[in-house]
Write a protein that binds this ligand. Structure first.
Ligand code: GLN
Ligand code: ZN
Length: 761
């Protein structure tokens, strides 16, 4: 009998209960007990839903108050010395100090956070020391296991394996790989296995997600060594080795060689893996088939999934088949039933986490009892899959013809940068070291309240527009008073830089409650890109025109780039991402040319997600970069020489993609650099970055007001690296999360810093 499994469930709760609990706890409105009780209730609800849906092996240990990597660092005793501070009295104080920093009692920064593989989930980067000692600290985990077993006896603990845990962290003050600590860490895992045996667990989900990467010999050896060493202590436990987000490729033989009872395959990333796996699976091993997409919102083609499961069952026997999602459902929204506003056709194509559980159960029943037992479900599913495939909303000939007619010259500006630069200088008449901002100004509670009143119908369209215009006008006046050279309208009309465009473009729907965790209590609600993308009317032109009408200084038109819209949406999976990206690029191109026609001389097209979209495997990266850059160029090249195109990117490992960034051929790029004291700019200097660049001169993530002098120093450093004629002055990123007083004080100091440096030239 095939077994229904799950790799992980969203933690935030169907109504983002965990978010509200955390935020109340942090602000002191509730105490630790209420937080822990509330969190336990969310966890319990998750288990109930999974058990009721027919999942036998429900995951336990996938839940976390903030982040599961942080949890595992703590479970093995990896609390950095700074946080072993006597002033952090309770376990929770320490936990949240590590997660988000503290200024209560102890004054400690948050630990580093970074993206979880190629998802938009962020994990806390464990910090290992050269003299790291490990010990098991797993009592709460073991209690959770007992609680989950009460809901479902086959509850399956999720363990982050030692090799991935070490490699996801950083070894402080040493250039060696954290894997030097492996032998010291393994006894802790050995002890954990003993506890899991005692708890009567049968299966254990052994996550080694590094298997999705290109692995060097040392990591391969570490994987073999860790499991060989631990296998003496498995007792009655059966390990299912899990990785996701990519196919195993050349790591596949290694995965099956390891002493594990089953290997999980992300068959959504690469269905073709099954065939290879069937050749490598050993006689006693099971196969875990990830057939339901754990990180996207589309209904699974169940007939196809069942066929895969049947192939596996036929080859190895159904008792050796586990069925589940491709990866943890952490990356999917909770429940489609909450979406009352998505039209029926599109809704019939979607499945959120709870619906995905039902899909898993259906596939399992089809394998175990035969397709007839679930004939109805399969039939309904086939219909939905068919309408999605044939709907005019997913296949709009107008959009397709236009994409097919794109020519190489559509991806090239009229002349090269040098020529454009002089036309732009003549038109814009900016001083050396022009000052500007990245786009958004504070989204105050009044702004958010007005938006919500408008949504509820408490403000009319005209009233809301009037309000937005007032805010914009105030913002323009404040920028003029500060003496900024290139202004922005402030983005008050935007809830989010991607959703705002998703709401206006054809081919998208926006969900009401499709939240997924980004980090800690922060959730994002990606728009759903289901069909062919088309712009029906200008999206930003009226506001840009209005803002420009208020002032003689240039006001930047503000757009989100095609790659970022792609990366921060739930994207259709029925065509290659590059094709979808092209369609978005054409829509944005129309917007840039309309802005130009409306008299806007500077247009910024933000691409903060360019780096994030990079595939996990090196070999796949050049292809991605080529089409991503091509899409940006398509979006930005329709304008005349004298129209200045800006782009913006937030902090990322710029260096490895510098040639591609240069290839975007934006006239000006602004980047986040202040926290690295401009070191990041060195890469641009060494590379001889050809166009203009605005390295962020202050960190907008903190309310701290920077001094003029520190920004003068940073700018002086900048001039050493980039010729002054090509240097701009701006903050690191948008200011929407900040409050006006600190924004005005910081920008005043920034403008002063620019004029001071100008006088020194
Ligand atoms: N223009 C956007 C803003 O200023 C850019 C945000 C971003 O880079 N993530 O908010
Ligand atoms: Zn940014």
């Amino acid at each position: 009998m095939a077994i229904a499994t799950n790799l992980g469930f969203p933690r935030i709760g169907g109504k983002r209960e965990l978010k509200w609990l955390l935020e109340k706890y942090w602000s002191g409105k509730i105490g630790a007990e209420a937080l822990l009780e509330g969190a336990a209730a969310v966890r319990e609800q998750n288990w109930q839903w999974q058990a009721e849906a027919g999942i036998t092996q429900i995951p336990v240990g996938d839940f976390s108050l903030y982040d599961h990597v942080l949890d595992w660092a703590i479970r093995v005793g990896g609390v950095p010395a700074a946080y072993q501070n006597g002033k952090l009295v309770s376990h929770l104080d320490r936990y949240f100090a590590m997660a988000r920093g503290t200024q209560k009692g102890a004054d400690l920064p948050a630990m580093e956070m970074t993206k979880w593989f190629n998802t938009n989930y962020h994990y806390i980067v464990p910090e290992w020391s050269a003299d790291q000692a490990f010990h098991l600290d797993a009592a709460p985990f073991l209690e959770e296991i007992t609680a989950a077993q009460a809901v479902s006896p086959d509850a399956r603990p999720v363990v982050l394996g030692p090799v991935s845990l070490l490699l996801l962290g950083k070894l402080k003050g040493a250039s060696e790989s954290p894997l030097v600590l492996l032998d010291r860490l393994l006894p802790v895992y050995q002890e954990l296995l003993a506890k899991l045996n005692e708890a009567g667990c049968a299966w254990v989900q052994w996550d080694e997600p590094v298997l999705a990467w290109d692995l060097d010999e040392a990591t391969r050896t570490a994987l073999k060594h860790s499991l060989a060493h631990l296998s003496d202590h498995f007792g009655n436990l059966k390990l299912v080795l899990t990785s996701y987000f990519e196919s195993l490729r050349e790591n596949l033989p290694l995965a099956f060689e390891l002493p594990v009872a089953a290997v999980h395959l992300d068959l959504v990333a690469e269905p073709g893996q099954l065939e290879e796996a069937l050749q490598h699976v050993r006689a006693e091993q099971s196969l875990s088939l990830g057939l339901v997409d754990g990180r996207n919102v589309w209904r699974t083609d169940l007939n196809r999934a069942v066929a895969f499961a049947e192939t596996a069952a036929k080859a190895v026997g159904s008792e050796r088949v586990l069925i589940g999602p491709s990866c943890s459902l952490l990356h999917s929204p909770v429940d489609l039933e909450a979406e009352t506003a998505i039209d029926a056709e599109v809704k019939s194509w979607l499945a959120f986490s709870r619906q995905k559980l039902a899909e898993i159960a259906t596939i399992v029943r089809a394998v175990n009892e035969g397709r007839d037992a679930v004939a109805n479900a399969l039939h309904q599913n086939a219909e939905a899959i068919h309408t999605r495939r044939t709907s005019r909303r997913t296949h709009n000939p107008v959009v397709r013809d236009r994409a097919a007619a794109v020519l190489p010259e559509h991806r090239r500006r009229g002349t090269e940068y040098g020529t454009r630069q002089s036309s732009q200088k003549k038109r814009l008449k900016l001083p050396l070291l022009p000052t500007t901002t990245i786009g958004s100004f504070p989204q105050t509670s009044q702004v958010r309240q007005a938006r919500s009143q408008f949504r509820k119908g408490e403000l009319t369209d005209a009233e809301y527009q009037r309000y937005l215009e007032q805010e914009t006008e105030t913002c323009i006046r404040r920028q003029e008073a500060l003496g900024l050279d290139v202004l922005v309208h402030g983005e008050f009309e935007r809830n989010d830089m991607v959703e705002y465009f998703g709401e206006q473009l054809e081919g998208f729907v926006v969900s009401k409650a499709g939240w997924v965790q980004s980090y800690g209590s922060r959730c994002v609600k990606p728009p759903i890109l289901f069909g062919d993308v088309q712009r029906t009317e200008p999206m930003t032109v009226p506001m840009a025109k209005y803002a420009q009408s208020l002032t003689d200084r240039p006001v930047k038109g503000m757009l989100t780039g095609p790659v970022t819209i792609l990366c921060w949406s739930f994207v259709r999976d029925d065509q290659p991402r590059r094709e979808t990206c092209e369609q978005i690029a054409l829509a944005i191109r129309d917007e840039t040319t309309d802005l130009e026609a409306a008299g806007i001389g500077v247009i910024q097209i933000d691409e903060p997600a360019l780096r994030e979209g990079l595939p996990l495997r090196k070999g796949d990266q050049p292809d991605y970069l080529a089409w991503a850059v091509g899409a940006f160029r398509l979006a930005s090249s329709g304008v005349r020489d004298e129209t200045q195109i800006h782009t913006h990117m937030c902090y990322c490992e710029f260096n490895e993609i510098l040639p591609s960034i240069a290839c975007l051929d934006a006239d000006v790029i602004s980047i986040e650099t202040s926290r690295s004291q401009m070191e990041l700019l060195d890469g641009f200097g060494e590379f001889d970055y050809p166009n203009e660049i605005g390295p962020g001169v202050y960190d907008i993530h903190s309310p701290r007001v920077p001094s003029t002098q520190e920004m003068v120093q940073l700018l002086t450093k900048g001039i050493d690296v980039i010729p002054v004629e090509r240097l701009w002055v701006n903050p690191d990123c948008g200011l929407k999360t900040r409050a006006w007083p600190e924004v005005e004080a910081s920008l005043k100091a920034m403008v002063e810093a620019a004029s001071e440096v100008r006088t020194q030239l």
